[in-house]
Design a protein around this ligand. Structure first.
Ligand code: HEC
Ligand code: HEC
Ligand code: HEC
Ligand code: HEC
Ligand code: HEC
Ligand code: HEC
Length: 450
């Protein structure tokens, strides 16, 4: 009984294994096509498509093709993709032949891809999974904040309209009064009546008028107060951009690394918005949106239209595949913008502070751990179609984090500078004292202000 159970289990495991890998069994490549697709999009789409020739050859079915035509196997692909220059230099016949065929245009080297990564990519290009017919993905309804502030705005608009109407009405009435008093031969009976009726009307409706005025004033005060209160706090700020660029589609679904586009974050003070040339690295080839994901209310044609906007800005002519059309510069609307008197340095946080910030964040929010440091401050950008300010970016916010984040004393940079401070603190406060950023100067006005 038991052994037959184990036997069945074993068979089903084997079946499971075989079915999981059957698509990549050819050539002994055991790769995960789903992971491979991500890697392919990220690393290869700048030069390769599956079924048409771009800078490099079409790659669909390349593994079996080269095995049949050239007798090449997994080893060759591993070497070629990791470092095609070395492979050519080693005198490999086919490597040199294909290089010549493609006009000696060099393929990029990928020393960072592991053997498994390469197997994954090969599994994907050898046998790309057939895409299912696409279902509409409904974006969750974003509740509260937006709608609430929208409602407040509407209320304000209405009260202003009422106020303006009231003022115009009063001005009009006053005007007719003035006209009447200016009439030379005194006030006729008819006019007398008019004045009387206005006085009556005013008397009768005085209470109503006061009531309206009071309500309007309260609303205006409330509006002013809300505006003052929110001054400089732009959390939730979410402007429209000249191209509908979705971080969810790029950084989320296609797994493109933040720093591929925001290259400055690592080394510089500012992180920067990529130039359209960076976009063209991929979009010379990706000219249409074929993704499965659709934000509710958007169509594939819409996304494709947005991609074409890149072309019109950089002057790319799709017919001739050249930059021959007139260019027009693009102006992204800046979302995060500290006042000039504040000094904020990305690299201090993204490189030196990376480990400390991530550990501290994940300890504070174990339910929502982050995988890249950027998200500690910018929120889950990779789930946003439109970038939205995720924190209020005030002085209090900077300080709060500096007070509660332990400095990473293990990194070389800090070890050298702060171990003395650490030793001193240990003397005063005991062995297990923790050094937070405020202790190393994170509260000094001069560090954050010019
Ligand atoms: C910068 C452009 C570029 C990038 C990026 C690039 N390739 Fe290539 N690839 C080429 C070119 C060009 C060739 C043709 C050979 C040559 O000119 O060296 C080529 C050839 C190949 C070949 C041989 C195909 C054949 O039919 O013989 C394979 C396989 C290949 N690339 C895989 C990849 C993979 C996988 C990636 C991503 C990890 C990748 N390439 C990224 C430009 C690129
Ligand atoms: C393919 C390129 C690309 C990738 C990948 C990318 N971004 Fe962006 N990012 C942009 C562009 C273009 C803008 C400007 C348009 C906009 O605001 O959406 C931008 C804007 C931003 C902004 C707002 C900048 C401002 O104006 O204040 C932040 C913050 C940001 N990105 C963070 C990230 C993070 C975090 C990641 C990784 C999870 C990431 N980006 C991945 C291209 C990219
Ligand atoms: C410690 C918090 C923090 C972290 C971590 C962080 N940022 Fe920022 N980011 C900011 C602040 C603050 C600003 C506003 C800077 C300014 O206006 O001078 C900003 C601005 C930006 C901008 C707008 C353009 C610019 O450079 O000012 C982009 C893009 C951006 N960040 C991307 C990133 C990316 C990508 C990462 C991760 C690699 C990242 N940020 C990590 C706090 C952070
Ligand atoms: C590393 C490659 C890569 C880079 C760089 C890149 N994109 Fe994309 N982009 C993609 C992929 C992949 C898709 C999805 C295509 C699909 O699913 O058919 C896409 C889709 C799009 C779309 C349609 C979906 C959407 O986000 O609205 C637009 C518009 C777009 N990209 C604009 C840009 C802009 C602007 C830049 C430069 C700031 C840029 N892309 C840089 C790979 C890239
Ligand atoms: C998510 C946490 C976090 C936030 C938010 C944050 N910081 Fe920091 N900051 C750190 C960490 C961690 C360090 C220490 C890095 C290191 O080990 O040197 C640091 C260091 C600094 C330093 C260097 C301090 C020194 O003594 O060398 C400055 C300046 C600074 N931050 C400015 C800012 C400003 C300005 C803001 C707000 C716009 C801000 N930080 C927001 C985590 C944060
Ligand atoms: C960790 C960084 C940091 C430190 C330390 C810091 N500030 Fe600030 N401060 C900021 C940021 C960021 C802003 C801009 C906030 C905004 O735009 O909402 C700011 C704004 C201000 C303002 C303008 C008023 C306001 O709230 O917008 C004053 C005044 C100011 N700081 C004074 C000081 C003084 C005095 C010290 C020392 C006791 C100090 N700051 C220390 C980051 C810092």
């Amino acid at each position: 009984m038991k052994s037959s159970f184990i036997h069945t289990l074993r068979i089903s495991l084997v079946l499971l294994f075989v079915s999981a890998f059957s698509y990549s069994q050819a050539e002994g490549i055991n790769g995960d096509a789903t992971k491979g697709e991500q890697l392919f999009t990220k690393n290869c789409t700048a030069c390769h498509a599956l079924d048409k020739k771009l800078v490099g050859p079409a790659l669909k079915g390349v593994v079996s093709r080269l095995q049949q035509d050239q007798g090449l196997g997994r080893e060759w692909f591993q070497k070629w993709i990791k470092d095609n220059v070395a492979l050519r230099a080693s005198g490999d016949k086919y490597a040199n032949q294909i290089f010549e065929e493609f006009g000696k245009s060099e393929m990029q080297q990928f020393p960072n891809l592991s053997e498994q990564d390469i197997d994954d990519v090969l599994a994907y290009v050898e046998n790309p999974p057939v895409k299912e017919e696409v279902k509409e993905v409904k974006a969750p309804v974003v509740a509260s904040e937006d709608n609430a502030s929208g409602a407040t705005n509407q209320l304000l608009m209405v009260s202003f309209a009422v106020l303006v109407a009231l003022l115009i009405w009063i001005a009009f009435k006053l005007n007719s009064l003035v006209k009447l008093t200016q009439q030379e031969e005194g006030i006729s009976e008819l006019d007398e009546e008019k004045i009387k009726s206005f006085a009556d009307f005013y008397e009768k409706n005085q209470k109503l008028a006061y009531g309206i005025l009071t309500i309007v004033s309260i609303l205006a005060l409330y509006g002013g107060w809300a505006m003052l209160f929110g001054l400089g706090v732009d959390k939730g700020y979410k402007p429209e951009q000249p191209i509908y660029f979705s971080h969810k589609i790029h950084a989320g679904i296609n797994g493109i690394d933040c720093q591929l586009c925001h290259t400055g974050a690592k080394y510089g003070k500012v992180s920067g918005i990529p130039t359209l040339n960076t976009c063209m690295n991929c979009h010379r080839n990706i000219s249409e949106y074929k993704g499965e994901y659709l934000e509710s209310g958007k169509t594939r044609e819409f996304y494709t239209g947005e991609i074409k906007k890149i072309y019109s800005h950089v002057g790319w002519n799709e017919e001739t595949q050249s930059y021959s059309n007139p260019q027009k510069p693009i102006k992204w609307t800046r979302i995060h913008n500290m006042p000039d008197f504040v000094y904020f340095n990305h690299s201090q946080h993204v490189v030196v502070g990376e480990k400390a910030i991530m550990e501290s964040h994940n300890k504070k929010h174990p339910e929502e751990p982050i995988d890249v440091v950027c998200k500690a401050c910018h929120g889950k950008i990779d789930t946003m179609n439109v970038v939205q300010m995720a924190n209020d970016f005030t002085m209090g916010w900077c300080i709060e984090c500096h007070r509660t984040t332990k400095v990473d004393l293990s990194n070389g940079y800090n070890a050298e500078y702060f171990n003395k401070i650490h030793d001193k603190l240990k003397k005063y406060k005991g062995e297990d004292v923790e050094v937070t950023v405020d202790a190393i100067g994170g509260m000094e006005c001069g560090k954050c202000h010019y």
